[in-house]
Design a protein around this ligand. Structure first.
Ligand code: ZN
Length: 136
């Protein structure tokens, strides 16, 4: 079993973070609380809290970013759902033991210093799922 607890965020790939933020903030009246660059992954993320979960807007910072292929193939839109877990290392091991294909074998660094790992969409009928464990 995994240690998944709740839906952490819904991530949306965008071609223009400023324009997307404009929509969520000025039209919907939501508030972005954090913008962070993740240069190792080639992305900039903006977080918009929404009740117990949040919207995470992702923009590519370079052409070989984590979301560039997705944007080219499918265009802007929902990129992944993120499930919060209490023990990402154990979960990724458990999934591998069940022959679930992971995109990265070990957790990598996410926003706010969280540890994140991705489950390949072919396991779930097309949905990219992120596991994330926040720092306490
Ligand atoms: Zn995410």
């Amino acid at each position: 079993m995994t240690h998944i607890t709740h839906l952490d965020h819904i991530a949306i790939a965008t071609k223009n973070l400023t324009e997307s933020l404009d929509f969520f903030e000025k039209k919907l009246g939501l508030i972005c609380t954090h913008i962070e660059d993740l240069p190792e992954r080639g992305i900039r993320v903006a977080m918009i809290p929404l009740g117990d979960t949040r919207i995470e807007l992702i923009e590519a910072m370079r052409e070989d970013s984590e979301i560039s292929a997705f944007l080219q193939k499918r265009g802007p839109g929902i990129h992944h759902l993120a499930f919060a877990t209490k023990n990402i290392h154990d979960d990724m091991k458990t999934l591998q033991e069940q022959e679930i294909v992971l995109i990265n074998e070990k957790p990598t660094q996410g926003a706010h210093g969280a540890e994140v790992g991705f489950i390949h969409p072919k396991n779930s009928g097309g949905l990219l799922i992120e596991l994330c464990q926040h720092k306490d």
